[in-house]
Design a protein around this ligand. Structure first.
Ligand code: AMP
Length: 218
């Protein structure tokens, strides 16, 4: 049966870190909307050019641009056994578009869908954002304050130079939280009403959260 997991939660609630671990263990493919947009921006594609202005302001990229990127990705062969969708949908409109996409892509397939809501008080998340660094090559995520790194500024996993995302500043992060509460949080009721929502206590260490995650997706 095809497994479709949708991870939602505020910025820096740990979705990306947990997805990477789960994808490595299960073979489910990590479809990370933010990374797909940043890639398109780096490559200077049409979609990337449009997205840049929105991403740098902490706003949602226009729905048709994101939906096309996600649809193209979800149609590829490697995701046909299952995926973890990280960062999409981020509004009710996007959720309805996702329904339509999946109806078309999954036509006749047996599918199990779960929406995992990363529940965490937002007080500590700003700090996570400001101290977050990531590896542009292998995607590993670090926190300068809480995770010791062997060599300053260098990825432990692959030796590349770590970078800070341009939108990981306090000013832009505040906007991203506003965007989350205005547009994304209504999805909690939307998916709860459909019986798809599973709440995950996203506080604690990475391993503790991962163990809880594995329980809720069984
Ligand atoms: P993330 O890496 O998930 O924190 O996303 C970074 C930025 O990419 C967001 O602040 C938005 O500007 C944009 N973005 C990511 N996912 C979406 C989406 N589903 N819809 C619109 N914009 C998005």
């Amino acid at each position: 049966m095809k497994k479709e997991l949708i991870f939602m939660g505020p910025p820096a609630s740990g979705k990306g870190t947990q997805t990477k671990k789960l994808a490595a263990e299960t073979g489910l493919v990590h479809v990370d909307t933010g990374s797909l947009l940043r890639e398109a921006m780096a490559q200077g594609t049409e979609a990337g050019k449009i997205a840049k202005d929105y991403v740098e302001r902490g706003a949602l990229v226009p729905v048709e641009v994101v939906a096309q990127i996600i649809k193209d990705r979800l149609k590829q062969d490697d995701v046909q056994k299952g995926f973890i969708l990280d960062g999409f949908p981020r509004s009710i409109e996007q959720a309805e578009m996702l329904d339509d996409m999946l109806k078309e892509i999954d036509d006749g397939k047996e599918v199990q869908t779960k929406v995992i809501y990363f529940e965490i008080p937002i007080e500590n998340l700003m700090e996570r954002i400001i101290y977050r660094r990531s590896c542009p090559k292998c995607g590993a995520i670090y926190n300068l304050k809480t995770m010791p790194i062997k060599q300053e500024g260098i990825c432990d996993a692959c030796g590349s130079e770590l970078v800070q995302r341009k939108d990981d500043t306090e000013e832009i992060a505040k906007k991203r939280f506003d965007t989350y509460f205005e547009q994304t949080a209504p999805l909690i009721d939307f998916y709860n009403n459909r019986g798809l929502l599973v709440r995950l206590d996203a506080t604690g260490s990475i391993d503790e959260i991962y163990n809880k995650l594995k329980e809720v997706i069984k």
